[in-house]
Design a protein around this ligand. Structure first.
Ligand SMILES: C[S@@+](CC[C@H](N)C(=O)[O-])C[C@H]1O[C@@H](n2cnc3c(N)ncnc32)[C@H](O)[C@@H]1O
Length: 199
């Protein structure tokens, strides 16, 4: 099942990508600059949108996802380095990155608080953090439905939580939130934030 997941993921995402995700990803990922870290790159759906960056270091814990991504990387001109690693334990020294990109990944990370601490540790002061995530919706009925579905959804979808309050977690972890854009009535959010500069 684990080996099949990357193929199922790419197939399931195709209609969504065509509808709106491509545009959202492109708009967000193009804001990355300098030395970039991508968290949980999956099958590499964001890779083609990087422009004018110095290099991209991208981590992903699931080697089966990584194999799909390697095919995509071959078509790119940007220096790109892939690592098998988890967001909760990043193999980089402090203050390494100018931008961090995470798309559709905070729903799945087992310890999102620890991952957010790690991302701040490896980000330079003033670094950008760019996220596109599905989150628990504000509408009460929808939120309750997401809570109810999460236990079975997690089993079917590789640990994905429908009920994650990723915006709340990012705020709590000390990032300066600069812009939040809602998509599909708040089911998906793009979140742009900055690592505070310490004076
Ligand atoms: C829904 S996929 C999204 C992949 C890709 N970011 C995208 O936008 O298509 C979620 C990804 O998170 C990865 N993941 C799971 N646990 C993780 C962790 N602890 N740290 C980093 N990535 C993780 C999964 O292996 C999977 O590739």
């Amino acid at each position: 099942m684990a080996g099949l997941f990357p193929h199922i993921y790419d197939t399931a995402m195709k209609p969504l990508e065509k509808m709106r995700f491509e545009k959202i990803r492109a708009g967000l990922v193009r804001k990355a600059q300098g030395k970039v870290l991508e968290i949980g790159f999956g099958t590499g759906a964001n890779f083609r949108y990087y422009q004018n960056v110095e290099r991209v270091d991208a981590i992903e814990p699931n080697p089966a996802m990584g194999h799909q991504a390697v095919k995509r990387i071959k078509k790119l001109r940007i220096p790109m380095y892939l690592y098998q690693a988890k967001a909760e334990q990043l193999p980089f020294v402090d203050n390494s990155f100018d931008s961090v990109v995470a798309t559709l990944v905070f729903c799945t990370i087992p310890d999102p608080e620890l991952a957010l601490q790690e991302i701040r540790r490896v980000s330079k002061p003033g670094a950008k953090f760019l996220l596109f995530e599905h989150v628990k919706m504000d509408q009460k009925m929808m939120g309750k439905t997401q809570e109810a579905l999460t236990p079975i959804w997690k089993k079917l979808c590789d640990g994905c939580h429908l009920n994650r309050d990723t915006l709340g977690l990012v705020k709590q972890s000390g990032w300066d939130i600069q812009k939040v854009t809602s998509h599909y009535d708040g089911l998906f959010l793009t979140i742009e934030c900055q690592n505070p500069r310490v004076f």
